[in-house]
Design a protein around this ligand. Structure first.
Ligand SMILES: [Mg+2]
Length: 264
């Protein structure tokens, strides 16, 4: 068995393209999750979906057939909650989805001044007045924080403008650069590890993206496994400037058990 595999106490699975793709479970995803749990490994599923906390978006995945347990999904909204708790006494203004607006209500102020403006996917909650209110908070001295900065995303009905475009509008108007909470920010992975109670050298990141998942593993000092599903394109692994301390490329999450080959 791989010497490095013995050190692994937890796995951070990327969601989109690794366990789940275009609204469906990737073959072998449930079996690999179950296998990891059965080995006593801590399991977390990371996603940049920023419309809800992990437990809010879990329902949709379970309905779609992915066997995810409560507390296993970690999103930028979960990172935002940690950020709020790390800044007691500070005032926050949120430009986020309706359900996250309700969720963060206890920490939120409507009118300026505030210390931080947190922006996430607000497609069900956006108006000129709302984005302008966020701008007014920034103009009066608040710092801009982004759940994530994606440019666009694809949903069942087609392409959608993503959070990054609204964050960029606010950056332009305020002259600020947003602090990022989601992937590929190192703090996103580290915040998740803090919830798991594990150190970077004890975890493996499994994902389909060299730029976020594998470079993320390199940046925190974790092991990395690239899967050839989702957004993977042949040769992606050759674009990496540095490799994780332990790195493998596999066809899909289905082959995970073969490369780890844990104590069983
Ligand atoms: Mg992915």
């Amino acid at each position: 068995m791989n010497r490095l595999a013995k050190q692994i106490k937890g796995i951070l699975f990327d969601l989109d393209g690794t366990l789940w793709f275009r609204g469906r479970v990737i073959e072998g995803a449930n079996e690999s999750l179950e296998w990891a749990r059965g080995q006593g490994l801590e399991v977390k599923i990371l996603t940049n979906v920023d419309t809800g906390t992990g437990d809010m978006i879990r329902e949709r995945l379970v309905k779609g057939g992915l066997n995810v347990r409560p507390g296993e999904i970690y999103t930028p909204a979960d990172a935002a909650l940690t950020f709020v708790k790390q800044n007691p006494g500070k005032r926050f203004h949120f430009l986020v989805s309706r359900r996250l607006t309700t969720f963060f209500q206890p920490f939120s102020v409507a009118d300026p001044p505030s210390d931080f403006v947190v922006v996430g996917n607000c497609r069900d909650n956006l108006s000129y007045d709302r984005i302008n209110m966020a701008f007014r908070h920034l103009y009066e001295g608040a710092q801009l924080v982004a759940l994530q900065k994606g440019k666009y995303l694809v949903r069942a009905d087609g392409y959608h403008i993503d959070t990054g475009a609204f964050v960029t509008a606010l950056e332009y108007a305020s002259g600020q650069t947003a602090r990022l909470l989601g992937k590929p920010e190192k703090g996103f992975f580290l915040g998740c590890l803090a919830e798991m109670g594990l150190a970077p050298e004890e975890v493996l990141i499994v994902g389909d993206s060299v730029t976020t998942d594998i470079e993320g593993a390199v940046s925190i000092g974790a092991a990395g496994i690239l899967v050839k599903t989702g957004k993977y394109r042949p040769g992606d692994e050759e674009t990496l400037a540095a490799l994780p301390r332990w790195f493998e490329v596999i066809g899909s999450v289905k082959q995970l058990t073969q490369v780890i080959g844990h104590t069983g």
